[in-house]
Design a protein around this ligand. Structure first.
Ligand SMILES: [Zn+2]
Length: 312
């Protein structure tokens, strides 16, 4: 505003002033008054400067545990403390998301795994009217050693597993088709569904779960290893495991092979990666729950081998 002032004044002086015009001194006075008034108003409008009050840092937010893991909230919170107290023992998971798991994991089996051995997360599962949430590795011998796909903390290890009976398993599967139209996954079993609730968990058989830490959005990264024939009895909840520690052994618990007492049928490792509230899959959203043609399916299988390479 001050910049304008000399120009205006100069202009007024050089103009041929008509006789009606006010004397120049009055004009200058008027300008000064207007400028002063505007300045005063500005001061009135702008609030007085405040001294910054030091804000204490917010308390750390609790880990947002996925719905499926709600019953494990306390265990996961304690496991998270173990990870954060010793970060160098674990992977940096800052950049991990459902869209990006590159460079973090390795295959849970220490022998070559071909794309042809894999069945994908996101595949349909007609026999239980639902979607497969994990990656299956077939073509493995009974008792093959299973390793965590990244360092982590054991949060569940089924040492006292009770095998499913054929009657129970068949009844659960019937209910998934006729009554539930899917496979209830919650670990909190509604009493109305006893003893057949929690089907998804039961169909996974004997399991080990590992907590790996959280990403920069504070989403927990968890993995589950299912259908095990046995677990490593030396391990217990809250033990820290690395990628060279055996956590269990391949089997067929929870499958049709188990209830038929077979050691050859349905023998495979099923493992799941959870980031935040959902399981990871290389499939696009519109591919979930559907089978793809052979070429696309192979592309997806190969993408898993690339993202989760074998180390043996
Ligand atoms: Zn599976």
């Amino acid at each position: 505003m001050l910049k304008v002032l000399p120009d205006k004044i100069t202009k007024k002086i050089t103009d041929k002033v008509p006789s009606k015009a006010l004397p120049i001194t009055i004009q200058i006075l008027a300008i000064i008054i207007v400028v002063g008034l505007v300045g005063g108003i500005k001061i009135l409008i702008s609030p007085p400067e405040k001294k910054p009050v030091p804000v204490p840092p917010p308390p750390p937010a609790p880990v947002a545990v996925p719905k499926y893991f709600q019953d494990y909230l306390e265990v996961i919170t304690r496991a998270d403390k173990i990870v954060s107290e010793n970060p160098t023992a674990f992977k940096n998971l800052n950049e991990v998301s459902l869209m990006n798991i590159q460079g973090v994991f390795q295959m849970p089996i220490k022998k070559p795994v071909s794309y042809m051995q894999l069945r994908l997360p996101g595949d349909p599962r007609g026999y239980r009217n639902d979607v497969h949430q994990g990656t299956d590795i077939y073509g493995l011998p009974w008792g093959e050693k299973v390793y965590p796909i990244a360092p982590g903390v054991v949060i569940r290890i089924d040492k006292n597993y009770v095998p499913l009976t054929k009657v129970t398993r068949d009844k659960m599967l019937e209910l998934t088709r006729t009554k539930w139209h899917g496979t209830p996954g919650s670990l909190t079993i509604p009493s109305a569904e006893q003893p057949y609730g929690n089907v998804l968990d039961k169909l996974r058989g004997r399991q080990v779960w590992i907590y790996h830490g959280k990403n920069k959005n504070r989403e927990p990264v968890l993995t589950m290893y299912a259908h095990l024939s046995n677990v490593n009895d030396q391990l217990k909840v809250y033990d820290v495991v690395g990628v060279d520690n055996v956590i269990g052994f391949v089997g067929n618990s929870g499958t049709s092979g188990e209830v038929e007492h077979s050691k050859s049928r349905e023998v495979h490792l099923h493992f799941e990666i959870f980031v935040g509230d959902r399981y990871w899959t290389p499939k696009k959203d519109w591919e979930i729950g559907k089978m793809q043609d052979i070429a696309r399916y192979q592309e997806l299988q190969e993408s898993i081998i690339k993202l989760i390479p074998s180390h043996y």
